[in-house]
Design a protein around this ligand. Structure first.
Ligand code: NDP
Length: 330
């Protein structure tokens, strides 16, 4: 079987390897009650960090990266799954603590899996991937906190990235007026095709700003963190809702409490990794029913396993538009 393999010693490295399954089981995947023949995995921002070693994402001396996968169950001792079932996996520490999806074979816990939505092909599920599923968790949080299309503009930051581009597509399809913030001046037409009503330059949000700014946003999907998240909060309208899921600019949050105590805004943290199964199933059912699949195709590129390491470098440079699917059998 072919896989990407990360070894932290003697020096951090990631390489494409061809190993036999006995070695895989012994060295890389000693646990798991379900064996999956993987169809596709993807490159999310976290995969970029793991593959390059830029942040300490990988917690084991050696493992296979890839925080998500779609595939077919080959063998299972888990009560819910049997050979032939089509399954998807996002998070649960896979690709961090446990070998993941950038491999032709995965061995995982059945409790981590959900059924592939019938309305989506395997390729489409990974075009969505963890980034797109996280975008849906943000949309669900906005709506659970009462944000409606008639309330006003929704800001999406990191808009050409994986989370951002799917969030733009989902929100515009649901009738929201989306303002996309991007650092890519060449991609305004792409964002308009996804349904953005207008575009703002990333630089207007990324520098330190006043603690309270002119009220503009009814809601925010933020994949960027740092000053961008602070400025988004500072310009959120009275009673508005900000969802924070990412840190592409930084992990810091150099903020004031003013928007919370003077405008009653809500800041919702979004975590996809440990989200309970029921919330995942709800998110994937909504993705299958609501996402425009032609838009999904437009924001997706497919690379072979041998292209995954270059894509990992590119995502950390902020150069990827939309989503990168990895065909592990190509
Ligand atoms: P991408 O790299 O695809 O998207 C991030 C986007 O952010 C880039 O495309 C770019 O968009 C923008 N960006 C990049 N660098 C900077 C910068 N220095 N300052 C401001 N904007 C920047 O990553 P993903 O969409 O896969 O993930 C986005 C974030 O969400 C990551 O931090 C990731 O770790 C996090 N995440 C969190 C999850 C969770 O469970 N909470 C799950 C999935 C992702 P543009 O050029 O358009 O400005």
């Amino acid at each position: 079987m072919k896989a990407l393999r990360i070894d932290k010693e003697p020096a951090y490295q990631c390489q494409l390897v061809d190993i036999d399954e006995a070695q895989f089981e012994a060295e890389l995947a000693p646990e798991g009650d379900v064996w999956v023949d993987v169809g596709y995995s993807t490159i999310n921002y976290k995969d970029g960090l793991a593959i390059t070693g830029k942040s300490p994402v990988v917690r084991k001396p050696s493992l296979i990266p890839g925080i998500d996968l779609v595939g077919r169950v080959r063998q299972s001792t888990h009560g819910r799954w049997k050979a032939g079932d089509e399954v998807i996996l996002n998070g649960w520490g896979v690709g961090e603590n446990h070998s993941g999806g950038l491999s032709q074979v995965a061995r995982v816990k059945g409790d981590w899996l959900i059924e592939k939505p019938a309305a989506l092909s395997p390729l489409q599920t990974m075009a969505v991937g963890t980034a797109g599923y996280t975008a849906m968790l943000c949309v669900m949080a906005l709506q659970a906190n009462g944000v409606k299309p008639e309330d006003g503009e929704i800001l999406v930051t990191g808009a050409t990235g994986g989370v951002g581009s799917v969030a733009v597509a989902l929100l515009s399809k649901a009738g929201y007026q989306v303002v996309a913030a991007t650092g890519k001046s060449t991609e305004h037409a792409f964002l308009a095709e996804l349904g953005a009503a207008s575009v703002v330059a990333r630089e207007t949000l990324s520098e330190p700003g006043k603690p309270l700014q002119k009220e503009r946003w009814a809601g925010v999907v933020d994949a960027v963190g740092s000053h961008t998240l602070v400025n988004a909060c500072a310009a959120t309208r009275y009673g508005g809702v900000v969802t924070a899921c990412g840190l592409a600019q930084g992990m810091d949050f150099p903020a004031s409490v003013a928007p919370f105590i003077l405008r009653g805004i809500t800041l919702c943290g979004i975590d996809s990794v440990m989200a309970p199964i029921a919330r995942r199933e709800a998110a994937w059912a909504r993705i299958a029913g609501e996402l425009d699949l032609s838009q999904l195709a437009a924001l997706t590129q497919v690379v072979p396993l041998s292209g995954a390491m270059d894509a990992a470098q590119a995502i950390l440079r902020g150069e990827i538009r939309g989503r990168v699917v990895v065909d592990v059998n190509a």
